[in-house]
Design a protein around this ligand. Structure first.
Ligand SMILES: *Cc1c(COP(=O)(O)O)cnc(C)c1O
Length: 398
């Protein structure tokens, strides 16, 4: 990650096709577009690469999460269980639907702890949303068993983990519906964009219509189409889809490059006895977009984080102090700072955030460092980075 490091002639060719026809819209204009349907082609590519029956492109990863919940029927007053370590988009999307985000602890996988999930289930729980942070997943068998037992939806946020898998299935294809982002820093990027994938034909049909104001997409004449329900505009443009298409075709080449770099870094850091790596559940294969490890305590992790920066090792994150990815700094959620009034039900539903502590999440995030794996590094650069990292971490451990 990010895919833009490898932009080249393939992206330019696809974009040029769109500019030559002038058709930026993914629907209609059949006569003008010289046979170019970049969004449709990208959807077919994602279906193929991610082994699902249906893919629906949307305008962002945040839109993907919103659409996934809307088409699976999450709405007013429903509770959605999500992790304390994620991106703010998770609760933004839940809140926009009038639903209630129920944040629960992560474990040493850095994603949902199934025990914490089970303990948080109430009669209002509608869905469980694991977020495959930094390229790896929760124990999805355990989460699926909980969903089955309590009749809940499993919505996967795989925005940071495209190309990873669990027990042979691509991440995102395991639950009822999966979400992806193709924003400017993700493994596959098209500037702004995303997708939902599913094997459920009804979810797909509804996603196809909901993302385009409810258009039924039955005829040649958009103006004559009917609207079976209220929709919205979550469309992607042909220009973005063109870039995404050139990128998605090389998805597993990108993942292979990430793995090569990841392996070199990991092998070097594995020689530090005090350092342990994130747990990947049995049967899981990371997307290798990040290398995540734990140090003995918060103080050492802070020291190592600073030491890495001072040594010129960029893109290593200590999320404990981060505004966007960890609950500690989410006062805007805790204080329900919205521009619009929220229902009394949602207010009441969020009261727990005033008093609840997340000691187990703190225990892992305080000690975690997460290093982005870039696609453009040369082998020499990765090796040099590995030795700089080892020196900085050993220094912090002194
Ligand atoms: C990037 C990201 C999103 C949101 O994607 P956008 O395309 O930026 O809206 C959602 N969830 C996670 C885990 C992400 O990393």
């Amino acid at each position: 990650m990010p895919g833009f490091e490898l932009f080249g002639s393939a992206e330019r060719k696809e974009v040029q096709d769109v500019l030559d026809s002038g058709v930026l819209m993914r629907y209609g204009f059949d006569g003008m577009r010289n046979g170019h349907w970049k969004a449709k082609e990208l959807e077919a590519e994602l279906q193929d690469k991610l082994q699902v029956n249906y893919a629906q492109l949307v305008s962002s990863g945040t839109a993907a999460v919103s659409v996934a919940m809307a088409v699976t029927g999450v709405g007013a007053g429903d509770e959605v269980i999500m992790p304390t370590f994620t991106f703010v988009a998770s609760f933004e999307a839940i809140m926009m639907l009038g639903a209630i985000p129920v944040l629960v602890d992560i474990d040493d996988t850095l994603t949902l702890d199934p025990k914490a999930v089970e303990a948080a289930i109430t009669s209002r729980t509608k869905a469980i949303m694991p977020v495959h942070m930094c390229g790896s997943m929760a124990n999805l068998d355990a989460l699926q068993a909980i969903c089955k037992k309590h009749n809940l939806l499993l919505i996967e946020d795989a925005c940071q983990a495209i190309g990873g898998s669990y027990k042979g299935k691509p991440l995102g294809s395991i639950g009822d519906i999966g979400c992806f982002s193709f924003d400017f820093v993700k493994t596959i990027t098209c500037g702004e964009g995303g997708a939902v994938i599913t094997n459920n034909p009804t979810y797909f049909k509804d996603a196809d219509q909901y993302t385009d104001h409810g258009h039924d997409h039955k005829g040649m004449d958009r103006g004559a189409e009917t609207h079976p329900f209220l929709g919205y505009n979550f469309r992607i443009s042909e220009l973005q889809a063109a870039v995404g298409l050139a990128q998605a075709r090389r998805l597993y080449d990108f993942v292979a490059i990430q793995k090569t770099h990841y392996d070199i870094l990991r092998e070097t850091l594995a020689t530090i006895p005090e350092l342990t790596f994130r747990t990947v559940p049995e049967g899981g294969v990371e997307s290798y977009g990040f290398l995540n490890f734990f140090l003995p305590d918060l103080e050492i992790a802070r020291k190592a984080s600073k030491g890495l920066k001072d040594a010129g090792v960029d893109a290593c994150f200590h999320y404990f102090d981060n505004n966007w990815h960890y609950i500690r700094e989410w006062d805007h959620l805790k204080e329900i700072k919205t521009l619009y009034p929220v229902s009394a039900e949602v207010k009441k539903g969020l009261e727990y955030l005033q008093t609840k502590t997340f000691d187990q999440s703190d225990h892992y995030i305080a000690r975690n460092i997460s290093c982005l794996i870039k696609l453009s590094w040369t082998e020499d650069e990765v090796k040099e980075r590995a030795s700089k990292m080892k020196i900085a971490i050993l220094e912090a451990l002194k």
